[in-house]
Design a protein around this ligand. Sequence first.
Ligand code: KG4
Ligand code: ZN
Length: 336
Amino acid sequence: KDDVITLAIESSCDETSVSVLKNGRFVLSNIIASQIEQHQKFGGVVPEVASRKHIENINLVIEEALQEAKITFDDVTHVAATYGPGLVGALLVGLSAAKAIAFAREIPLNGVNHIEGHIYANFIEHKELEPPFICLIVSGGHTHLVYMKDYGAYEILGKTRDDAAGEAFDKVARALGLGYPGGPLIDKLAKAGNKEAIPFPKAYLEEGSYDFSFSGLKSAVLNYLNGQKMKGNPIPVEDVAASFQQAVIEVLVEKTIACTVEKGMKQVVLAGGVAANSGLRELLQQKTKEKGIDLKYPSLKLCTDNAAMIGCVGYYNYIGGHRSSLALNGIPNLKI
Ligand code: KG4
Ligand code: ZN
């Protein structure tokens, strides 16, 4: 009877997703309507197209999420929705739907930070997981090293100074003519390539810094590709993918291990779309094992954008006594 049934909505980028959760960590449904096909021909997400698609999809996806969870609006006790960061027009579709439900049903609303959502995907996957831990969040829009002390309590240890890791994957994939989104395509090609074939630069920045930079690496790959074309040489696509991926993941893994050791932590959590990368998972698994550190990451479906992770944050905000106003706005550059 006292169960909290959260209806959660995510629409910050190109996925319209709605989930129903019981007491935060138990997913009754998690429907994801992807718009990848609509954006593929443009080589990336077109904000205006994304907003329109969200509007077309949102009510259908809500219906489907309720049906799959075998509940009706009467059973929902709490609503959660992403309010940033993301594309403002896209955010407003999900947030407005959530507000309408909260208002009509007279139930509480919680706005959720999308980046926190990626971390909390791990709480759904691993029911026993509790903070504190070090979390590496790597997505299309964000690259953060975070010390999560408690639910809702974070210390940012480092972040990217330019491109996000996923953005670098997408841009390099585009230059290789692979299509969008590039991460999974590079991941696949890298398996057939030699990761030591091309010495791309690895940006470690100043001694002791946990910040990242991927724009120099991206430029180095573009320069290499141009050079090969000028010389009339063929492009060794698999080797470029493998060498580029290695340059990204070595820096990510080394900094993650260094700050975990410095903080005396024994637990590392991986989150975000790039957490789906098989090379990153393997290298981080190997290096954490060497140091006796426990590593956790979500299953592939929970790595990329989904509403279940948003509902999990909403639940912890809810039991922590937090409530959002119906005047809550979408915040495109919301920080964690
Ligand atoms: O978390 P996410 O779905 O959206 C954001 O919040 O940004 O992440 C999407 C990003 C894209 O850049 C995509 O190329 C990347 O995650 N990605 C991958 C892989 N799967 C998705 N990058 C590398 N390897 C993968 N297997
Ligand atoms: Zn995301």
